[in-house]
Design a protein around this ligand. Structure first.
Ligand SMILES: Nc1nc2c(ncn2[C@@H]2O[C@H](COP(=O)(O)OP(=O)(O)OP(=O)(O)O)[C@@H](O)[C@H]2O)c(=O)[nH]1
Ligand SMILES: [Mg+2]
Length: 309
């Protein structure tokens, strides 16, 4: 199965919600009227594209449809929706985040987010991807907060055949990260992935801990982490937008990972988050297995959820 087909398959809940429902809405209509466009707008909103973007897309569809003779063809509607969705990512020039430092060695990736978003799973998948590329990979268990966190991460490190630093004695996440950076330098690792505890932005002591972790890493490295990935659960709707706002106040996020897109009909959240934050979506999680992380490609993603053939 090609990557494209498998992506389409994994995103089928969002796809069915969009494609099937839009088709049903158009089907049998002699012309596309305002009422129909409103219904399509509702469908976009129900996929979590968001009110603002859905409205903007439909207004553009309306303008383009006015100039089109054949207003009943599915294809025209889908083409316009598709090109409007693409525009969201094309307007990338306002991105406020500098490119991550790809050349650094060890390349340090800090993974943050709220409880249960999929941080540890994403680290396992990333470790596996890097190992597949022939890199030497180390993982740091800086989630010292949750009792079973290290064991869970250890299982992932074994699956990925990556090494791991777990501190027996320290409960300080910064100390674990420090130790892992020393080891990564000494033993010439290519990549170091740092797992962190889930934290709600409302818990200020945990946010302070994240600030400290960043400070210690930056001091030890003489540079900021090369990548700070914020992991967002694709099912969490508006909360994901709030989380990206709040975490941005504490850390310089260089990329987003949006997980669990296989289990939701609301994959449109990807557009809404990008539109609001202008932080690049680097990866998407499309399942629970080690191979279920894909680099995000806007064009492929959009094709997978709205192409009708
Ligand atoms: N279907 C699906 N499940 C996922 C995906 N990513 C993570 N999960 C599941 O989400 C649950 C939570 O994942 P974790 O990786 O433990 O999340 P976490 O952010 O590390 O959680 P805490 O450490 O408790 O904050 C697990 O059951 C994972 O299997 C995904 O892309 N698709
Ligand atoms: Mg975890």
């Amino acid at each position: 199965m090609s990557i494209f087909n498998s992506l389409r398959d994994r995103l089928s809940k969002t796809r069915n919600n969009l494609v099937n429902r839009i088709k049903e809405t158009i089907s049998g209509k002699a012309s596309i009227d305002s009422n129909t466009l409103e219904q399509i707008e509702e469908i976009l909103i129900s996929s979590d594209v968001g009110y603002y973007l859905s409205n903007k897309i439909i207004e553009n569809v309306r303008t383009k449809m006015l100039n089109t003779k054949d207003r009943t063809s599915d294809k025209i509607i889908f083409d316009v929706v598709k090109s409007e969705l693409k525009k969201i990512f094309d307007n990338n020039s306002t991105s406020r985040v500098s490119e991550s430092n790809n050349q650094a060695k060890p390349y340090i990736i800090l993974v943050i987010g709220v409880n249960g978003a999929g941080k540890t799973t994403t680290i396992g998948k990333l470790a596996y991807n890097y190992k597949e590329q022939g890199k030497k990979v180390l993982i740091a268990a800086s989630d010292t907060f949750r009792a079973a966190a290290s064991e869970q991460l250890e299982i992932w490190s074994e699956r990925a055949k990556a090494d791991i630093v777990i501190s027996e004695k320290s409960v300080d996440p910064s100390a674990v990260a420090y130790e892992a950076i020393e080891k990564a330098h000494k033993e010439k690792y290519d990549v170091l992935l740092i797992d962190t505890a889930g934290r709600l932005h409302t818990k200020s002591y945990l946010m302070d801990e994240l600030v400290k972790l960043n400070r210690i890493i930056t001091k030890k490295l003489n540079r900021a982490p090369d990548e700070t990935l914020l992991v967002l659960d694709g099912n969490s709707g508006q909360n994901a937008v709030v989380q990206s706002d709040e975490f941005s106040k504490t850390a310089l996020i260089t990329g987003l990972v949006i997980t669990k897109l296989d289990g939701t009909a609301k994959g449109g959240i990807v557009f809404q988050i990008f539109e609001k934050q202008k932080i690049p979506v680097k990866y998407i999680g499309v399942g629970e297995d080690i191979t279920d992380l894909q680099p995000f490609n806007a064009e492929e993603f959009i094709s997978a959820i709205v192409d009708i053939n």
